[in-house]
Ligand binder design. Sequence first.
Ligand SMILES: [Zn+2]
Length: 248
Amino acid sequence: MRNPYTDAPEVDPIDVLAIAAHPDDVEQTCGGTLIKLAELGYRTGVLDLTDGGMGSRGTPELRLEEAGRAGQIMLCKYRGNMHFPDARLENALAGRIAIASEIRRLRPRMVILPYWQARHPDHYRAAELGYEGCFLAGLRKLDAYTEPHRPRKIIYSAQYDSVEPSFIIDITSQFERRMAALLVYQSQYGDQQQASDLFPSQSEIRDRLETVAKFYGHKIGAKYGEAFVVKEALTFDDPMAVASVRSF
Ligand SMILES: [Zn+2]
C-alpha cells in the first residue's frame, strides 16, 4: 500500500541499495561493485542523503542532474535524494524514519553503507543513518501503510579510514565505467578556474582513485578492486558456500 505521508509511487523492488552522504560519493567508494552487480543482472540503486549544496562549486540542481546521469552510467535502476542538509547531516529521528520509508518502498536485499568512521562528519553520519534506517524499516508498527522490510545484509565500503577489508571485489572490467560516471560531475571535477586551489584536476582524481583501486586489486590478484567490511559474522546455510569464495 502507498504511504500517504511520503506520497511516493510504488516501485519494483531493487536488489542492492547504496546509501551515501553526497552525490559523487558512491562513484568513489562502491561504484564499480554496483556496475558489476548490474551486469550480473541485479537491480541496483543509490540513495544520496544530501544534494551537496554546501560545495564550493555547482548548484544543488546541477549536482542532482549530474547524479542522475552518473547513475545511468553505473546502470542503476534508481537514484534518489533525501535532500537532507549538506555538511550538517544529523542523525535525527525524522531522518531515520524518512530513510526507513524509502527502504520499505525499495525493499533492497542488501545495503551498502559508507564506513562508520571517517574524516567528514556527513560520511560517518550517513553510515549511522543508513544502519538505523534499515533497522526501523523492519518494524511492523513503523507505519500502518507499508509492509516491514529489513535488508538481509549490510556491507560497508572500506573507504574513508584505514581498515582491513573483509572482502574485495574485482572491478577491473568496471573501473573505466566507474571513472566515466565520476567525471559526469563536471561541476566538481571539470578542469575549471573556480576554487581550483581546493579541487584536484581530472588527472589527479584519476590518479588517486586508480592508486586505491590498484592497492586493493593487488591483494586479490586483479588490476583493480573495491574493498568492503562486514560488521557481523557471516554464516552460510550451505557451509560449502565458503569454498566458492576465491582466495588469493
Ligand atoms: Zn562525500
